[in-house]
Design a protein around this ligand. Structure first.
Ligand SMILES: NC(=O)c1ccc[n+]([C@@H]2O[C@H](COP(=O)([O-])OP(=O)(O)OC[C@H]3O[C@@H](n4cnc5c(N)ncnc54)[C@H](O)[C@@H]3O)[C@@H](O)[C@H]2O)c1
Length: 339
């Protein structure tokens, strides 16, 4: 992993004969010029609604038109959608060409670009088709955040808060201060600290069989909320990944007090912080019946039931907690009462 724009520019200059850039409409305008080299590029429309197999087909056709070979490097320049989909498409094209990730959103920097998981949504289910496949290189350049809106930054802050909640209380406290004060400068070091927490979990358990699952705190319910929102809204009006995960963390925080020993005081503390996200949304909070089809399809489930990762205290995660439907209903009711 490289952590400055000069390393990226040098890499692009050195490999310009092999690089093809995949961007979305926004990152084409805002981020591509910072590469400083005229490398071949193409873009897809922005947004979660385009993270699908149709876009992959478009990417594969473009790669073929550009005459891509096994020497080609697909440089994925964008948020989590571009990084996830680009890495997946590259892994399938001609049985696999190299990909390089240049995450340009905060969420993609601290989460989506780290850990080798990639994929696209399918039949309305989040990341249902995909693979584990590490990119050749990842460049974390905070300069890209200068053009990212605060609304988009919130999605990244939510994942950073989650990293603190599952593994490091002091990281949680530092991120919380920034999250609550809109115009605070985000130090590159805090981004790198957050990545280190994710990386630490991934390095111990690349295939997601044990401790890595703790990174899913808030995601079982969060993914179901996100998928439901994608179904009932226009693609660009649906709840974002970060907001959905924030809602999921409140519900799974509530479940943590019932099942994992999280104190009511700590639940209150987390809820006050995340409530900032809840108050901004216009959708009704979905019911258990709304979410049931997505919860039952969750990739983490086994015969034992709906698998959540919970927290026992702020800074300590626990995985493989099988939760009864009645508790999820109670958690969703707790969330609905906050609105
Ligand atoms: N693979 C993983 O481990 C993993 C982990 C977490 C999330 N994800 C995935 O990440 C996706 C969400 O990522 P996201 O929040 O980055 O969404 P996104 O890729 O849709 O980006 C959000 C918006 O910000 C714009 N944008 C990105 N960088 C910009 C910049 N520098 N300046 C201006 N605009 C910019 C994009 O064009 C888009 O409109 C979801 O699909 C989620 O499933 C994957």
């Amino acid at each position: 992993m490289k952590t400055d724009i000069f390393s990226l520019q040098t890499y692009v200059q050195k490999n310009q004969a092999n690089i093809i850039v995949l961007a979305d409409e926004h990152t084409m305008n805002y981020c591509y010029p910072l590469l400083l080299e005229e490398v071949p590029y193409f873009n897809v429309p922005y947004g979660e609604g385009y993270k699908n197999l149709d876009s992959c087909e478009f990417i594969w056709k473009k790669l073929a038109e550009f005459g891509a070979t096994r020497e080609t490097i697909l440089l994925c320049l964008g948020g989590g959608v571009i990084c996830d989909m680009g890495a997946f498409a590259a892994g399938c094209f001609q049985r696999g060409i190299r990909s390089v990730l240049v995450p340009t959103s905060l969420l993609a920097m601290v989460d989506a670009s780290v850990g080798g998981k990639n994929g696209v949504n399918f039949m309305g289910y989040k990341n249902y088709i995909g693979s584990f496949n590490e990119a050749e290189e990842i460049f974390i350049c905070d300069i890209f955040l200068e053009t990212l809106s605060y609304k988009e930054k919130v999605n990244g802050y939510v994942e950073m808060l989650k990293h603190g909640l599952i593994a490091d209380r002091s990281h949680y406290d530092q991120v919380k201060m920034l999250f609550l004060q809109e115009n605070q400068h985000l130090e590159n070091q805090l981004i790198l600290d957050s990545i280190a927490i994710k990386k630490n979990h991934v390095d111990q358990d690349f295939r997601d069989q044990g401790i890595r699952k703790r990174l899913n705190f808030g995601h079982t319910i969060g993914h179901a909320i996100e998928s439901f929102s994608l179904k009932i809204n226009d693609e660009n009006e649906s709840l974002s990944h970060g907001v959905s995960v924030a809602l999921g963390m409140i519900v799974e925080g509530y479940i943590s007090t019932e099942m994992a020993g999280l104190s009511k005081d700590e639940l209150h503390e987390i809820t006050i912080v995340l409530q900032r996200v809840v108050s901004g949304i216009s959708d009704d909070i979905p019911t258990y019946d709304d979410l049931k089809p997505y919860l039952l399809k969750d990739k983490k489930n086994t015969d034992l039931g709906i698998n959540c990762s919970l927290i026992t205290s702020i800074g300590q995660g626990v995985h493989d907690q099988y939760v009864e439907a009645s508790l999820i209903k109670d958690g969703l009711e707790f969330l609905a009462n906050l609105k």
